[in-house]
Ligand binder design. Structure first.
Ligand code: GLC
Length: 543
C-alpha cells in the first residue's frame, strides 16, 4: 500500500507578519486586502500554506498577541468580509491558511478579563490566575515576565495580583478551569467552521503552570544579560499537565478534515518531540527551532539534523525553520552568502519547511533608531534593546524600488522604517535577475515539489571528513539526490564517492554552476551549496 501524505507534510509554510507585508489603505500598516493583492506572488514562491501572525482586535500592546476578541478582525487589518475573501482566494489558488491562536493569555481588554477583574466573586474571576499578595504585601512569588519585570501585576480595586508572563496587558488564562479550555475549543471551532486549515499555537508549552505557584530556582548558568534568564523556568514551562490540554485541542482538529496545528515550543529536541504526543495525538508539528538557535557550522547543523532525525517518535513528521517574527533575520545572523546555503538546506531537509516573509529575497535586520522602537521587551528594557528587541526583523516587505518599497504609498510613514538598501534588495529587482536569491528560492521549491526524493524521501547524512561541509542524501525509490553545503568562505574539496562516481548538478546556490561532477573529488566554491542528481539506486552507491 502506498503511504499518503498530508498537505502540511509535503508543502512549504510561509509566515506573514501582517503589519509588514502590504498596506492597502495608506495608514502605514499592512492589512488583509494588501495580502490578497500579493497572493499571486505568494503562489509563485511554490509554497503551500500561509501562516498569518494575529489579526484579531487588539490594543496592540504586543502587536496583536494581546487578543481582545478571538472571533473577529482588527479594523487595522480589515473586516471579516476581507478575511473571508482572503480565505476563498487562497483556497481558489490551492493555498492553505494557518492562523495564529493565542490561548495562553488574552488582552486585559478582552471581555473575559474585564469581567474577571471586576470583583473577586465574579463568575469569570477564576478564568485568569489571581493570587493574594504575599504576607508582607509583596508579589505572590518570584516569577518573571519574558519582557522584563515581575510576572505579576497588582489590581488595586480587587486587592489581588494577576499573572502575565509577557506584558502586563496580557493576563494568563487559567486552564485549571475547564470552562476556559471549552471556550478556547469553541474559538477553534469558529475558525475551523469558516474553513481555516490550521493553527500556529502561541507559546503552547506555557499553557500549564505549577498549581502551588512555587518560586523558580536561580539559574546558575545565567550570563547576566537578560534578567528573564536568571531563573530556571521549571514551574512555568513544559509542565506535564500541558499535554492533556494539547490532546483536547487536537481532538477538535481531528473532528474536521485535513486540519493541523503547529506549536510554538522552544525546548531541546528530547523534550520537544514529546509534543507530538505518545500516540501522535498532540501537535502535528512542534516547531523545531534548532537552526535558529545553534551556532552556524557544518558540524553543528549535521549533529542537529542527525540527532533530531534519531529522536523522532514513530509516525512523527519533522519540520525546520530559519526564522520568525521573534528572531534576528537569518541573513543577519549568518550573512547573506550563507543565507543562500540556509535556504538550500531548509528546502532539501526531510520535513516541512517554514519560511519567514523576506527570507526568499535575503532581507536583513534593520537597525531601529531609539525613538522608533516599538517592541515591548525593547521599550521596557532599553539597556538590552539591541538583544531583546524584535522590531529589526519585522520591517516592511521590500517589493520594489519605489518610495516606501511598494509596501505603502509615497508620503505615508510605514509603522517601522524600511531597510536602507531596499532600492537594491527587492522583489521586482530580483524577478529580473536569474541569479537572485528569489530565483534560487523558486528553483529550490520547484525541485522539492516535483521530486519525491526531496519531498518525502529518506535522509542519510554522509561522512565528509571535512569540518566545513555538510552533505546528505535524499532518496525515494530509485531517485536520489546528494546535497553538499559549504559552510565556509573558502573553496573546499570533498570525497563523496569512489573514483568514477559522478552526478549532475541540478541547482547551485549561485544559480549558475551546472554540469556533471566527479564525486570522488568534488570542489565546492566558497559559501556554495549544490544539489546533485545521482544515478538511480540500482546503478550506483555513494559511499
Ligand atoms: C510568542 C510570540 C511572540 C509574543 C509572545 C507572547 O512567543 O511569537 O511574538 O510576543 O508569544 O504572545
Amino acid at each position: 500500500m502506498t503511504q499518503t501524505y498530508a498537505w502540511w507534510q509535503t508543502g512549504i509554510i510561509y509566515q506573514i507578519y501582517p503589519r509588514s507585508y502590504q498596506d492597502s489603505n495608506r495608514d502605514g500598516i499592512g492589512d488583509l486586502s494588501g495580502i490578497i493583492k500579493r497572493l499571486d506572488y505568494i503562489k509563485s514562491l511554490g509554497v503551500k500554506a500561509v501562516w498569518l501572525s494575529p489579526i484579531y482586535p487588539s490594543p496592540m500592546h504586543d502587536f496583536g498577541y494581546d487578543v481582545a476578541d478571538y472571533c473577529d478582525i482588527h479594523p487595522l487589518f480589515g473586516n471579516m468580509a476581507d478575511f473571508d475573501q482572503l480565505l476563498s482566494e487562497m483556497h481558489g489558488r490551492d493555498l492553505k491558511l494557518i492562523i495564529d491562536l493565542v490561548p495562553n493569555h488574552s488582552s486585559d481588554e478582552h471581555p473575559w478579563f474585564i469581567e474577571s477583574r471586576s470583583s473577586k466573586d465574579n463568575p469569570k474571576r477564576n478564568w485568569y490566575i489571581w493570587r493574594d499578595p504575599a504576607p508582607d504585601g509583596g508579589l505572590p512569588n518570584n516569577w518573571l515576565s519574558h519582557f522584563g519585570g515581575p510576572a505579576w501585576t497588582f489590581d488595586k480595586a480587587s486587592g489581588q495580583y494577576y499573572l502575565h508572563q509577557f506584558v502586563t496587558q496580557q493576563p494568563e488564562l487559567n486552564y485549571r478551569n475547564p470552562e476556559v479550555l471549552e471556550a478556547m475549543k469553541n474559538v477553534m471551532r469558529f475558525w475551523l467552521d469558516k474553513g481555516v486549515d490550521g493553527f500556529r499555537v502561541d507559546v503552547i508549552w506555557l499553557m500549564s503552570k505549577d498549581e502551588q505557584l512555587r518560586d523558580e530556582p536561580k539559574n546558575p548558568d545565567w550570563d547576566g544579560v537578560n534578567p528573564f534568564g536568571s531563573l530556571q523556568h521549571i514551574y512555568t514551562q513544559n509542565l506535564a499537565g500541558v499535554h492533556d490540554l494539547i490532546r483536547e485541542m487536537r481532538k477538535v482538529l481531528d473532528s474536521y478534515d485535513q486540519r493541523m496545528m503547529v506549536g510554538e515550543i522552544y525546548l531541546p529536541t528530547k523534550e520537544l518531540v514529546t509534543y507530538y504526543g505518545k500516540n501522535s495525538d498532540e501537535c502535528h508539528l512542534p516547531f523545531n527551532f534548532q537552526l535558529i538557535n545553534l551556532a552556524w557550522s557544518a558540524s553543528n547543523v549535521c549533529e542537529a539534523v542527525d540527532s533530531y532525525e534519531a529522536s523522532l517518535p514513530q509516525g512523527a513528521w519533522p519540520n525546520w525553520v530559519l526564522g520568525n517574527h521573534d528572531q534576528h533575520r537569518v541573513a543577519t545572523r549568518i550573512g547573506l552568502a550563507q543565507a543562500r546555503v540556509a535556504n538550500m538546506l531548509l528546502l532539501t531537509l526531510r520535513g516541512t519547511p517554514t519560511t519567514y516573509y523576506g527570507e526568499e529575497i535575503g532581507m536583513v535586520d534593520v537597525p531601529i533608531p531609539l525613538d522608533k522602537v516599538q517592541d515591548p521587551p525593547a521599550v521596557n528594557q532599553p539597556e538590552i534593546a539591541h538583544i531583546v528587541g524584535r522590531d529589526p526583523g519585522r520591517t516592511p516587505m521590500q517589493w520594489d524600488a519605489s518610495a516606501n518599497a511598494g509596501f505603502t504609498d509615497e508620503g505615508v510613514s510605514p509603522w517601522l522604517p524600511l531597510a536602507d538598501n531596499y532600492r537594491q534588495v527587492n522583489v521586482a529587482q530580483q524577478e529580473t535577475d536569474p541569479k537572485s536569491m528569489l530565483a534560487l528560492y523558486r528553483a529550490l521549491s520547484g525541485l522539492r515539489r516535483h521530486e519525491a526524493a526531496l519531498k518525502i524521501g529518506d535522509y542519510t547524512s554522509l561522512d565528509t571528513h571535512n569540518d566545513y561541509i555538510f552533505a546528505y542524501e535524499r532518496r525515494s525509490g530509485s531517485s536520489r539526490f546528494l546535497i553538499a553545503l559549504n559552510f565556509s568562505s573558502e573553496t573546499q574539496c570533498v570525497k563523496l564517492g569512489q573514483p568514477g562516481k559522478r552526478g549532475e548538478i541540478v541547482v547551485a546556490t549561485d544559480m549558475q554552476r551546472s554540469g556533471n561532477v566527479d564525486l570522488s573529488a568534488l570542489k565546492l566554491n566558497p559559501n556554495e551549496g549544490l544539489i546533485i542528481s545521482l544515478p538511480s539506486a540500482e546503478q550506483s552507491e555513494v559511499g
